[in-house]
Write a protein that binds this ligand. Structure first.
Ligand code: ADP
Length: 272
């Protein structure tokens, strides 16, 4: 792929191999935001951030801010969509109007429909859907602020939200994008690197089995670069996996201490 129209910007942005003249990595290997080529952006993951959802999570990958909420398993409507053998997973990925520089036109577009579909399909492989016939598990991913890599941040958040909802899964799913910038393989692309880089390769894995759950690619890489990108992506996913587990552990310990407090509180008496 040589160039693609700037996603609804109305201008043509040279991307993925189209503009390798833009210098995004200094001679000593430092990227525009100060990271090394194999360095992740600062990541923050919080589980159970919404009271009304059955499960929820908030994730930051650098400047990306993403909220995920899970409802279900609940009766699937309309009924003709029910599967008598298993639950269906309906994911809705949405970038809200103020998530990008130019206002994003609200509502679904081709890109968000595609991302919703690939994330739904990824979770259908991971969730034990056969435990919940005729139901729907609804996953909402809201991108509050976007800076490239939102589908990976969204997947990472959604899998923590599913675990927070107590939905049985093979494993948590960490995801990250790897890319190629100035002829170098780099981890976790941010916006300028995504726009002016030569390749973008989002990857999600199931750490427990080592399976690759999602793999997409825009742009060009040699076979050797591709292998290096996969290795870099899988290594980073394992680090994100630890942060996901840590977020769930923190959520659990908060709940426990609240319960402890209730137990420790003296019972009110009706006497007097
Ligand atoms: P991802 O966010 O998963 O990397 P893309 O590669 O399609 O997905 O998008 C890269 C980045 O481009 C997004 O994170 C966002 O910052 C920006 N972007 C995508 N769609 C739009 C849009 N409609 N308007 C403005 N910016 C957008």
């Amino acid at each position: 792929m040589q160039a693609r129209t700037g996603r609804g910007f109305g201008i043509k942005v040279m991307t993925m191999g189209g503009n390798s003249n833009v210098k995004l990595i200094s001679d000593d290997g430092i990227r525009v935001d100060g990271r090394k080529v194999d360095e992740l952006r600062p990541i923050r993951i919080e589980a159970g951030v919404l009271k009304r959802a059955d499960g929820s999570a908030y994730v930051e990958f650098g400047k990306n801010k993403v909220l995920a909420a899970v409802y279900g398993p609940r009766e699937c409507h309309p009924r003709h969509m029910q599967n008598p053998a298993k639950a269906i997973i309906q994911c809705k990925y949405n970038m809200i109007a103020f998530s990008v520089n130019d206002r994003k036109r609200p509502g679904p577009d081709r890109r968000s429909v595609e991302i919703s579909k690939i994330i739904s399909e990824a979770f259908e492989y991971v969730v034990f859907t056969e435990n919940f016939p005729r139901t729907s598990i609804d996953v909402y991913i809201e991108v509050l602020q976007a800076n490239a890599g939102t589908r990976c941040a969204g997947l990472t958040a959604a899998s923590v939200a599913l675990a927070d909802a107590g939905i049985p899964m093979k494993d948590l799913v960490p995801a990250v994008a790897v890319g190629k910038v100035n002829d170098q393989v780099v981890l976790d692309l941010q916006k300028e690197e995504d726009n002016f880089g030569q390749a973008d390769l989002p990857i999600a894995i199931i750490p427990r089995t080592g399976e690759v759950l999602l793999l997409q690619m825009d742009g060009h890489m040699t076979r050797a670069e591709f292998d290096q990108a996969i290795e870099m992506g899988v290594g980073a996913c394992k680090r994100i996996y630890d942060l996901q587990k840590d977020a769930l552990a923190r959520r659990y310990s908060v709940e426990k201490s609240e319960e402890d407090q209730l137990e420790e509180a003296p019972a009110e008496t009706q006497e007097g």
